[in-house]
Design a protein around this ligand. Sequence first.
Ligand SMILES: [Zn+2]
Length: 79
Amino acid sequence: MKTMTCKQLGGACDTEFHANTFEEIAEMSKKHGMEMFQNSDFAHLRAMNEMKELMKAPGAMNEWFENRRKEFNALTENE
Ligand SMILES: [Zn+2]
């Protein structure tokens, strides 16, 4: 298992996600983000807007994901 925080995944808090694959952790972070969005959490709404702006550039989404994936792969496993 590896650990990444909401912040590391483009979010706004220190909530930790634990998963074996990047796909899993990305999915967890997405769900968490949607919950925060439904709760109208200001910090997360702002982070999402920043992300949306960033994603307007062509290829930015893929690049962002690849960079997060590299970070994830570079992490050391924890039990
Ligand atoms: Zn969060």
